[in-house]
Design a binder for this molecule. Structure first.
Ligand code: ZN
Ligand code: ZN
Length: 236
């Protein structure tokens, strides 16, 4: 018997959810929780990795989505984040899971995703420095952990905390997109530029929503001399 990492119901190991959901690795969740997750597969945006099947055709242009095209048309942000790949669709259930993880301090819950994340992203992480998106010091203190750092540790024991968040999270999210997306509002700084220079960086975060957090992080790394910056998130 095993216990589901989310709902704590016991379940039998003889069932292979992995096979049932076409995965090549097992989740540490029960069948009913597993069924509520939507793995991103099929046709995806070349840049942000979102599934094309989930939004109207007019938001697609060739192999990219409208959001990404908007980023790429902006000289300041063009090519800054080369690619994002996410494991799951950010649906109602995954929102609950992530909320439980972040705000109720259930850091252990991320372990449910260890096997699948490892099998999916091991090859992405091989030649890069893995850098988690940091929390501000006050948020980190409140919460006691950084979920992105825990998620990064799934992929490597060698997580590099090379970014620091100097602006508190709330202040960012209250601004409109136009006010928000400028270089001077960047909440991140690179803590050790010498270690970033000429490196390939893989940023790790829990959710890709607008893509601005990851792009801000990518921007300071690029300015510090990183050559290739991509990212991985649990949800998109
Ligand atoms: Zn469950
Ligand atoms: Zn996209």
């Amino acid at each position: 018997m095993r216990y589901c990492q989310y709902c704590h119901q016991s379940y039998s190991e003889t069932w292979s959810w992995a096979a049932l959901f076409g995965l090549n690795a097992e989740l540490l969740l029960c069948l009913s929780c597993t069924a509520k997750l939507e793995l991103i597969k099929g046709d995806i945006c070349r840049i942000c990795g979102r599934s094309f099947s989930l939004f109207p055709e007019q938001y697609r242009q060739g192999d990219s989505c409208y959001d990404c095209i908007r980023w790429e048309e902006d000289e300041e942000w063009k090519g800054v984040l080369q690619q994002n790949r996410s494991l799951y669709v950010y649906n109602v259930f995954l929102k609950e899971v992530i909320t439980k993880m972040k705000y109720r301090g259930d850091a252990e819950l991320v372990k449910a995703f260890y096997p699948i994340a490892r099998s999916k992203f091991k090859s992405n992480s091989r030649k890069s420095l893995l850098v988690p998106i940091p929390l501000s010091e006050e948020r980190q203190y409140e919460r006691g952990f950084n979920q992105s750092e825990i998620f990064a540790k799934i992929l490597t024991s060698n997580v590099q905390p090379l970014l620091k968040r100097v602006t508190h999270e709330e202040k960012q999210s209250k601004k409109t997109r136009k006010d928000r997306i400028t270089k001077k509002n960047n909440p991140f700084i690179v803590t050790d530029k010498s270690r970033v220079k000429e490196q390939s960086i893989l940023l790790i975060d829990d959710v890709y929503t607008t893509g601005s957090t990851l792009r801000y992080a990518a921007k300071v790394l690029k300015d510090a001399g990183a050559v290739h910056i991509s990212s991985i998130t649990l949800a998109r």
